[in-house]
Design a protein around this ligand. Structure first.
Ligand code: ZN
Length: 950
C-alpha cells in the first residue's frame, strides 16, 4: 500500500513534467478508477508514461475497463481471441472513428480481425485513401507533379501486428487499449494522429496460438511467480504447423497469419508494418546493426533509424529506463512477417519488449552487459526489478504512440518517401542492368518452375511469358520462357529473390539465414540479362500461377517415366499406390530416348492408363507408354508406411515436414514420444522420419522435464483449443531411454530411420550408429545466431554455414539418394555439428594401441564441398568451411537388418529449399533397395590413426 502511494505521487510528478516538456495539456477526463488501477498494476512508477497512465472517459464508447471489468494488462489475467474480437466489434459499433474488417481465417478456423482507426473524415474516405496509396505504389502511372498533389490529400497508413508469437502475450491487450485511446482521446497529439493517419490494428494476428497460450496460462501458470520453479511457459504448438517460425515465411507465405497480412498489405499499402514482439529488457526498437541488405532502398534504413531514435528519445524523456535500439539482429535478411513492408518499398519494424510469458508479475536480475549505459541505450534498465504485464503494456503502448506521433508529424514526407522508393526501384530496372531475368520452362521439372514463378506472383512481382523465341546476348530463349522485366516498382525485391546473397565475411554472427534466393532454393536457373532489347520482346503477362500439365505419349501397356529430378515423383508414387513401380538402377534407352538411373517403369495393369493420365495432369509429369518393360537392372518401389516423429519438446522445424507432406497429400503417421515408447514401431511403419530439432541430445531423448509431469495437452472444457494437431496425456519425459531402445529395435527389424539436421545427433551421438565421431569446430544451431553485434570468439573460429547454399558432391553417385541429381550439386545448410567419416570402430580406452579402426567411407553418400574445386558457397556465406570439406553430408549406415540415413543439413527448411526435397523423397521411395543393398566394399581404408598421444 505504501509503495502504491509513493507510486502515485511519483506518477503525478511525471505527468506534470511530461505535460510541460511535450506541451500537451490534458483535456481528457480520466475514467474513474483508471488512474489508480493502472498505477497499481504498474510496479516501478518509472515504468509508466503519462500517455498511458489513465483511460480517457468517453460517453457511448465502451472502454476496455468497462468492457472487460479490468484495465488491460491487469496482472493475472489474459483476454482470449473471442473476447478480444468482441471488444473490437463493440468499439466499431460505438465509434464512428473505428471500423473492423476480417482479413483472414486461421488454419484452425478462427477469424483474423483488423481494426481501422482514424477521424470521422478518414473513416468516411477509406476507399479514396486506399486508392491513393495504391497509386503512389506504382510510379509508372503517376509522375512527380500529380504524385505531389495526391500526397497533399492522402495519408500514411500505419499497421500494428500483435500477438504473432503466442507466448509474447502483452501486445494484444496493449493494442486494444491503444485502439480505444486513439478513438476517444482529446489529447492534441492523438487528435493529430487521427487526422493525419489511418491506423490499422491486428490485435490477435495468430488466434490459434493466442487461445492455446491463454488456456495454458490458466491451466499451468496462474498464481506462479517464482521464475526458478515456473513450469514450461508455452504450449507445444502456436498454430497447426509452426512455433517460432510462424513469423519467418514472408518469402513463401505458408501460414494463414502471413497470408492475411500480405493480403492486407496489397490492399492498403501501409507505409509502416509494425510487428510487436517480446524478448529484450525493457524495450528494444529494431533497426539492426548491419550489414544491411543492399536490395532495400537506402531511404528505408534512414527512416527506420529515425523512427527508432524518436521512440528512444520520447520514452527516455518520460524517464522510462531501458529503451534501446540498434543492438538486435543485423537487418540483412528480411524474411519476417513485417518484411512484407521492407520488401515492397514500405517500412517493416518491430519491438522486443520484456515479456513474462505469463500474466503474473516476475522478478528479474539482469546481467551487467544488459545494464550498461550505451549510445543506443541512454538510460539502461535497473539491475533488479519486478515486471508486470501492465509494465510490458506501458512500454509497448507508449512506444506505439511515439511512433504514431512521429508519423503524424511527418506524414507527407513518409508518403513522399514511399512514392520515391517505388520510383527508384522502377527507374533502376530501366536505367541499369540487369533489365530482366529469364526463367526457361524446361529445367527438368516444369511444375517446380511454375511453383517458383507462382511465388514471385504472390509477391506482386510481375512475370510474363515470351510469345516467341527471344535472342539476347546471353543466348536464345524459347517461346514460353518466363520473363521478369525489372522496370517495375518491386524490381528490388525481384532482384533480391532471384540473385545470390553475399553476406560480408568480416561481419558478426547473422541473426538468421543469409541465403534465400529462389533459384538456389529451387535448384533452378534464373538468368539475368544486360540486353535492353528484352523490352521489345512480345510478352504475355501472367495473371496466376501456371499449372503445366504433363503429357502421355506412345502406345502400349507399360508406362515409363524419365527421371529428370522432378519433385512430384514422390506424390506420384502415392497417387499410384495401387500399381507396381520399378525403378531402374542404370541408364537405359527406349525408342532412341535416354532414361537415366532412377527412371520408372510401370508394368501393365488394369486401370493403369487412366491413373497415369490423372497423375500426369495433376503433377506435370510426362509418361511414355511402350510395349514391354525395358531390360535393365531395377528394384521395386513399394509404397512405404511413413512415420514422422515429432518430439513434444520441439515441434517447430518438423512442423514444416508435416506441412510439406500435407501439401503433397502424402499420408503419414504422426508419431508422438509416447508412441515411440509404446514400441512395436516396425509393425506399422517402414520409414521413420525424424527431422531437425533445436535440442541437445539429452533433450532429444529425455524431452520436457519430468518434474512438470503430468502436463496434459488435451481438449477439455477448460482447454478446448488444446489437443491439436496432436494430443497427449503428458507431454513431459520425451521418449526416454526406453524409447531409444524402441527406435534401435525398429532399425534392427529392417526399418529405415531417416534423421535430418540436429536430429542426426540422436543416431550418430546417441549410439544407434557406431563409428562416427563428432568433430570439434561445428556448432549446434541452438548456440549460433542470436543477433547480438558481438559474436563470441569461439563462434568466430567455428565452422559456420548459418543458412547458406553450399556445394556438395555425391561420393556414391549410383546410390538411390542421388537419383535426379548431378554428381556435383549444392544444398542449404544451417549450423550443425560436424561429423568425421565413419570408422570400423572408435578408440575406447586411452592406451597407445587402442586406436580408431580404419576409416570406411563407404557409408558416405554425399560429402561437403565440390570435389572438382568449385567455390564452396553458392549464396550466403560460410566460415571455417575448410573443416567441413569431404566430411559426410549424407550417411547411409547399415545397422542390424535396417539402415540409418543421416543428413547433416535440413532439406525441409521452412518450405524454402524445395530442390533439396528429392534427396529425402529418394530415400523414402527407394527404402527397400537401401535396406537390401549389399554392404558396399569400403571405398577407403586409410590407416590414419588420428592419435593424440601427449
Ligand atoms: Zn517474437
Amino acid at each position: 500500500m505504501i509503495r502504491w502511494l509513493v507510486g502515485i505521487a511519483a506518477l503525478l510528478s511525471t505527468l506534470a513534467a511530461a505535460a510541460l516538456s511535450t506541451d500537451t495539456t490534458a483535456p481528457d477526463t480520466p475514467e474513474p478508477g483508471s488512474i489508480e488501477a493502472i498505477a497499481k498494476a504498474t510496479g516501478d512508477p518509472r515504468f509508466l508514461s503519462p500517455w498511458v497512465s489513465y483511460l480517457p472517459q468517453a460517453h457511448g464508447v465502451p472502454s476496455p475497463l468497462a468492457f472487460f471489468g479490468r484495465i488491460p494488462g491487469t496482472p493475472g489475467e489474459f483476454v482470449d481471441t473471442a473476447k478480444a474480437h468482441a471488444y473490437c466489434r463493440a468499439l466499431a459499433a460505438a465509434s464512428p472513428r473505428v471500423r473492423v474488417f476480417s482479413i483472414g481465417r486461421s488454419e484452425e478456423g478462427r477469424d483474423i480481425l483488423m481494426l481501422t482507426v482514424a477521424d470521422e473524415a478518414g473513416i468516411r474516405d477509406l476507399d479514396r485513401l486506399k486508392a491513393a496509396t495504391a497509386s503512389l505504389a506504382d510510379p509508372r502511372t503517376l509522375s512527380a507533379a500529380p504524385a505531389e498533389a495526391l500526397i497533399a490529400t492522402s495519408r500514411p497508413i500505419y499497421y500494428f501486428n500483435a500477438g504473432l508469437h503466442a507466448d509474447e502475450t502483452g501486445s494484444a491487450e496493449a493494442v486494444l487499449e491503444l485502439a480505444y485511446r486513439l478513438a476517444v482521446s482529446d489529447q492534441p497529439n492523438i487528435r493529430h494522429i487521427r487526422k493525419q493517419l489511418i491506423v490499422l490494428i491486428n490485435p490477435v494476428s495468430n488466434p490459434d496460438g493466442r487461445d492455446k497460450m491463454v488456456e495454458w496460462f490458466y491451466r499451468y501458470l496462474k498464481g506462479k511467480t517464482n521464475r526458478a520453479t515456473l513450469p514450461r511457459q508455452s504450449p507445444p504448438y502456436w498454430s497447426k504447423y509452426a512455433f517460432v517460425d510462424i513469423n519467418r515465411d514472408t518469402h513463401q507465405q505458408t501460414h494463414e497469419t502471413t497470408k492475411a497480412v500480405h493480403r492486407m498489405f496489397h490492399e492498403w499499402h501501409p507505409t509502416v508494418v509494425h510487428d510487436l514482439h517480446e524478448g529484450s529488457p525493457l524495450m528494444m526498437t529494431w533497426n539492426g546493426t548491419g550489414p544491411y541488405n543492399p536490395n532495400i532502398d537506402p531511404i528505408t534504413y534512414t527512416e527506420f533509424l529515425e523512427l527508432s531514435f524518436h521512440e528512444v528519445q520520447t520514452m527516455t524523456a518520460f524517464g522510462m529506463p531501458g529503451v534501446s535500439t540498434w543492438n538486435f539482429g543485423e537487418a540483412f535478411s528480411h524474411l519476417y512477417l513485417d518484411s512484407v513492408a521492407m520488401n515492397h518499398n514500405s517500412i517493416g519494424r518491430g519491438y522486443e519488449t520484456l515479456g513474462n510469458g505469463t500474466a503474473e508479475t516476475l522478478h528479474y536480475s539482469l546481467r551487467p552487459s544488459q545494464t550498461s549505459m550505451e549510445w543506443y541505450r541512454p538510460t539502461p534498465p535497473p539491475a533488479e526489478f519486478d515486471w508486470s504485464e501492465r509494465d510490458n503494456l506501458n512500454y509497448t503502448e507508449t512506444g506505439a504512440l511515439a511512433a504514431l506521433d512521429f508519423a503524424a508529424r511527418n506524414s507527407k514526407e513518409m508518403l513522399r518517401n514511399f512514392y520515391k522508393k517505388g520510383w527508384d526501384s522502377w527507374r533502376k530496372g530501366l536505367d541499369e542492368p540487369p533489365y530482366a531475368y529469364l526463367i526457361p520452362e524446361d529445367q527438368g521439372d516444369r511444375k517446380r518452375v511454375a511453383d517458383m514463378v507462382g511465388r514471385l506472383l504472390e509477391q506482386r512481382i510481375e512475370v510474363a511469358r515470351a510469345q516467341n523465341s527471344i535472342t539476347l546476348k546471353e543466348g536464345n530463349f524459347p517461346a514460353g520462357t518466363y520473363v521478369i522485366r525489372l522496370d517495375q516498382p518491386y524490381r528490388n525485391y525481384a532482384v533480391d529473390l532471384l540473385s545470390p546473397q553475399v553476406f560480408p565475411k568480416d561481419k558478426g554472427e547473422p541473426y538468421d539465414d543469409v541465403s534465400w534466393e529462389f533459384p538456389a532454393n529451387f535448384h533452378l536457373a534464373a538468368i539475368p540479362t544486360a540486353d535492353a532489347s528484352i523490352r521489345s520482346a512480345a510478352l504475355t503477362p501472367l495473371k496466376e500461377t501456371p499449372r503445366p500439365a504433363g503429357a502421355v505419349s506412345g502406345e502400349g501397356p507399360v508406362f515409363l517415366l524419365k527421371d529428370t529430378g522432378q519433385e512430384s515423383l514422390f506424390a506420384a508414387r502415392y497417387r499410384l499406390a495401387a500399381f507396381d513401380v520399378e525403378i531402374a538402377e542404370h541408364p537405359f534407352k527406349v525408342g532412341g530416348v535416354d532414361f537415366p538411373a532412377g527412371s520408372w517403369f510401370l508394368p501393365a495393369r488394369d486401370g493403369l492408363a487412366g491413373a497415369i493420365h490423372s497423375v500426369a495432369t495433376e503433377l506435370g509429369l510426362d509418361f511414355v507408354s511402350t510395349s514391354a518393360s525395358p531390360v535393365v537392372s531395377h528394384h521395386a518401389a513399394s509404397v512405404p508406411r511413413i512415420g514422422v516423429w515429432v518430439p513434444w519438446a520441439d515441434t517447430d522445424s518438423i512442423g514444416w515436414i508435416r506441412y510439406i507432406l500435407d501439401q503433397h497429400r502424402v499420408p503419414y503417421t504422426y508419431v508422438r514420444d509416447e508412441d515411440i515408447r509404446a514400441g512395436n514401431l516396425r509393425d506399422h511403419l517402414d520409414v521413420l522420419l525424424y527431422g531437425h530439432v533445436d535440442l541437445e541430445l539429452a533433450e532429444q531423448i529425455e524431452g520436457l522435464p519430468k518434474r512438470w509431469s503430468p502436463m496434459p495437452f488435451k481438449k477439455t472444457p477448460q482447454t478446448p483449443s488444446f489437443g491439436t494437431p496432436a494430443e497427449s496425456d503428458d507431454i513431459t519425459g520425451g521418449i526416454g531411454y526406453a524409447g531409444l531402445v524402441e527406435i534401435q529395435r525398429f532399425v534392427d527389424n529392417s526399418g529405415l530411420l531417416v534423421t535430418l539436421g540436429s536430429g542426426s545427433m540422436l543416431a550418430l551421438n546417441g549410439g544407434i550408429v557406431r563409428g562416427v565421431r563428432s568433430v570439434a569446430g561445428g556448432v549446434p544451431r541452438s548456440i549460433a545466431g542470436g543477433g547480438s553485434a558481438s559474436a563470441t570468439a569461439a563462434q568466430n573460429s567455428a565452422t559456420r554455414t548459418p543458412g547458406a547454399h553450399v556445394r556438395v558432391t555425391f561420393a556414391r553417385p549410383d546410390h538411390p539418394i542421388a537419383y535426379g541429381y548431378p554428381a556435383h550439386t549444392y544444398v542449404f545448410r544451417q549450423n550443425y555439428p560436424l561429423y568425421s567419416a565413419p570408422r570400423a570402430w572408435l578408440r575406447m580406452a586411452y592406451c597407445t594401441t587402442c586406436l580408431d579402426g580404419p576409416e570406411d567411407r563407404s557409408g558416405i553418400v554425399l560429402e561437403w564441398g565440390d570435389s572438382a574445386g568449385a567455390p564452396f558457397v553458392i549464396s550466403g556465406q560460410a566460415w571455417g568451411e575448410e573443416n567441413l570439406l569431404r566430411r559426410p553430408a549424407i550417411l547411409d549406415m547399415p545397422v542390424g537388418r535396417g539402415h540409418v540415413v543421416s543428413f547433416n543439413f535440413n532439406p525441409f527448411h521452412r518450405d524454402m529449399n524445395r530442390g533439396d526435397h528429392r534427396l529425402v523423397w529418394n530415400a523414402i521411395l527407394n527404402w527397400q533397395a537401401i535396406l537390401s543393398a549389399p554392404a558396399p566394399s569400403p571405398i577407403s581404408t586409410s590407416s590414419e590413426l588420428d592419435q593424440s598421444d601427449p
